[in-house]
Design a protein around this ligand. Sequence first.
Ligand SMILES: [Zn+2]
Length: 252
Amino acid sequence: MGGRISLSQMSWVEARDALESGFHTVVFAVGSNEQHGPHLPTSTDSLVGEMLARKVAGKLGNSLQAPTMNVGCSEHHMGFPGTISLKPETLKALVRDYCISLAKHGFRNIVILPSHGGNFEAVREVVSELDQNLRDTKVIAYTDLDGLLNFLHEASSHHGIPAGESGAHAGESETSMVLAIRKDLVNMERAKEGFVGRIDDRIHHVLSQGIKTLTEIGVIGDPRKAEAEKGEEYLELWAEKMASYIRKHAVN
Ligand SMILES: [Zn+2]
């Protein structure tokens, strides 16, 4: 195995050996391909999700990482070029088939990490459905979007960044994380302040009415204080939070 945990990089022989030697948990992220302001790539949520899932699988131990789903529910970003969106029903069907395949091979825990706000509800719905239909596999997903945003704002606050700047979309928090993962895809010269007011009560409005109702440039937050070092730290804290959540819910 050589310490590898990426299912996609294994042959079927290695996947079989991993399962037989006790790798009973598989983790994957559900990202998006959607606008993230003028300064970040459309793959932002997928890049972040891929890194998050890798870290979480490593922290859990005896876990593999399955491929990230790179497109999600992004209807609220369709006002911007480059966005590709799935209907919630389509995403649910993909996640359903994906999990049923993994369950057939004998994974006892399937962990789904939505790394894009628009996916949380669809993932929550399909997980509760799978939970009733898969007998020998537990499907676990962290789908508390408000809880996650508060957690990330808290992490930013330790660097003196207010919640409004930390943001909810392409702000300081997310931009720092992409700087940590793929600096070459970030154009900080184009980083501009977006909507920095309170979003707690508005985030669900944005999901239903479109992000342009809040910001013309597609940014919720202010990315200008973003730094790779902070991004490393946010990813690490987020992964730790996910790992401890999963440990509470996983079966052995
Ligand atoms: Zn995002």
